[in-house]
Design a protein around this ligand. Sequence first.
Ligand code: PLP
Length: 401
Amino acid sequence: MATPSRRHLADRTSELRPFLAMEVMERAFRMEDAGIDVVHLEIGEPAESPPRAASDAVARALAEGETAYSDSRGLRSLREAIAADYDGRFGVRVDPERIIVTSGTSPALLLAFSLLIDPGDEVVVPAPVYPCYPNFIRFCGGVPVFVPTEAENGFAIDLDRIAEAVSPRTRAILVNSPCNPTGAIQTRATLEGLAHWGLPILSDEIYDGLTYDDRKVASASELEADTFVFDGFSKRYAMTGFRLGWAVVPDWATRPLQTMQQNFFISANRFVQHAGIAALKEGGPDVERMRLGYQRKRDLLVGGLRRLGFGVPRVPDGAFYVLADARSFGADSRDLAEVLLERARVGTTPGIDFGPEAEGMLRFCYAVEEEAIEEALSRLEPVLNELRADTQRKSEREEEG
Ligand SMILES: Cc1ncc(COP(=O)(O)O)c(C=O)c1O
């Protein structure tokens, strides 16, 4: 009898690719442990503090013994506060029974993909793409079908291209607006066009509220359609480490999602849920202050990157990233990010993390202090000048040879 393998890894784990932004960050941490200081523009993490009301609410909840499990779908009071927030921001009435609270937006995405995808099923995904989506889809046995969007037209989703991508195996269409990594906002007409297929729309709205120059974001919650709307506290409220998010789902999805949540996660952290209620009720002024700050930082970073020779055809409308064309410094974004980390001590995310459409680009996060942006730009300048000269010499040699 053959000996059973004791260290067998399930095939689906081989479908997972490392999250490069995290890889760069972890490498930067090792450099910092060795006493080298690094400017972190690689990870989508606000340097701002969470609203004071949220931190106070956690301390209070702990002192009051709010340490047990909660309803698997989340505290009723939090789900009511989330519903009131949709009413306040979009004028949409959401039944709290259709809300499921999770430990960050990521588990909500995993639950929804697990609910909808059988092996071989397809999900239509505009690209460049938040790297975890294709990993979630493949992990569930599904196939992401990418629909490219281009910087030249503001990364707008082309509905004709969506039509070409939809097939009998399509189980959902994904949209992320404002988008990580492009910062693009999709219009209400585009969302309606996506809904035209009658397929579930998975709308990741984790950056809503973070839009600039008076741009407003349309929410899929406003559509008369089967929408799964994902959101959370990580970005808008600068609460990444609290691990708190939610999904608003169609009523036919609530019960199976609840069953999955009960089995896989039991519930989100109860005392953290109190922070969520406080953030929604009292954090508005903090969000507005941070948003105005991000707008200034965006302009500072875009101006600086253009000066250094990066291509930024369009200033991003939302989220807190710039996806910049870096091809004059080298074609391989992974190599380039590595060189910039080693030589300039600046963390950036290689464009390839967001799919082949973003190869040759680097993503910079501007949710950091202004001084960090200025420091990064001045550290990058000499290294980029050398890289540009190298690239030019190389292409001249190639032309001669
Ligand atoms: C588009 C997008 N969705 C989801 C997430 C995950 O957020 P959370 O911290 O709520 O799990 C991120 C984090 O970077 C993101 O950029």
